[in-house]
Ligand binder design. Structure first.
Ligand SMILES: *Cc1c(COP(=O)(O)O)cnc(C)c1O
Length: 218
């Protein structure tokens, strides 16, 4: 799989420039909208960590793939409705989109009920954009405290910077907020900017179109 090798090499190169270990960066292959036939070549090439943005779509695609590749790790990178918290918990191994108190309550309850806990990232609306998901920067400490009270393992922060402008300042800002709050992991960087994100400390890059090609329009 040429694209996969290319992305891995670029992650490794950016990590080395920043005096980081390439292994410290997890490549999350974002397979949303792509069918199982498009995902299998990556699985065959050894990729095991994938991301989806919709619970229902992931429920339709992944159980069959997981039968063949039981060591797959599935990450949720899209907005999660509170009433789907339990379904999401059953399917995903990591949640990148914890962004509000009502979801913290629902997810905490689901974790307590099922006894299954998965690492979570608090999503931050890093560019203070009106329509964008994520909590406000000022709300991070409070949401983190709520999540800890609810028994949710929060491991880091996640962001999607504003579209079409230089992402580096937003990545640097997310890294600083994480450090201020004692959080070690950073989910940041997509197809257009993952190298910059790696240089600025990303522990998880979420790469879709650079691996799979453009997403089909529906
Ligand atoms: C779709 C998506 C990605 C991947 O975007 P590409 O530009 O295709 O790499 C990353 N993160 C989130 C939250 C997404 O929804």
């Amino acid at each position: 799989m040429d694209q996969l090798e290319d992305i891995r090499a670029r992650i490794a190169k950016s990590a080395r420039i920043a005096a980081r270990k390439p292994e410290a960066v997890e490549l999350v292959a974002i397979s949303k909208t792509h069918a199982a036939e498009a995902i299998r070549p990556l699985l065959d090439a050894g990729q095991r960590v994938f991301g989806e943005n919709r619970v229902q779509e992931a429920e339709a695609k992944w159980p069959a793939l997981r039968e063949d590749y039981p060591d797959v790790q599935l990450h949720l990178v899209g907005q999660l409705q509170s009433n789907k918290a339990e379904d999401a918990l059953a399917l995903f191994d990591c949640i990148h989109s914890l962004d509000r108190a009502s979801l913290v309550a629902a997810l905490g309850k689901a974790m307590e009920k099922t006894g299954r806990k998965v690492p979570c990232f608090i999503q931050v609306n890093i560019g203070a954009e009106d329509q964008k998901g994520g909590c406000a920067i000022a709300e991070v400490p409070e949401l983190l405290a709520l999540a800890r009270d609810a028994g949710i393992p929060v491991v880091g922060l996640m962001c999607v910077p504003p579209f079409g402008i230089e992402a580096a300042p937003f990545f640097a800002l997310l890294a600083r907020i994480a450090a201020d709050n004692g959080l070690e992991q950073l989910s940041m960087g997509m197809s257009e900017d993952f190298e910059t994100a790696v240089m600025l400390g990303a522990t998880h890059v979420r790469v879709g179109s650079a691996l799979f090609g453009a997403r089909p329009k529906n």
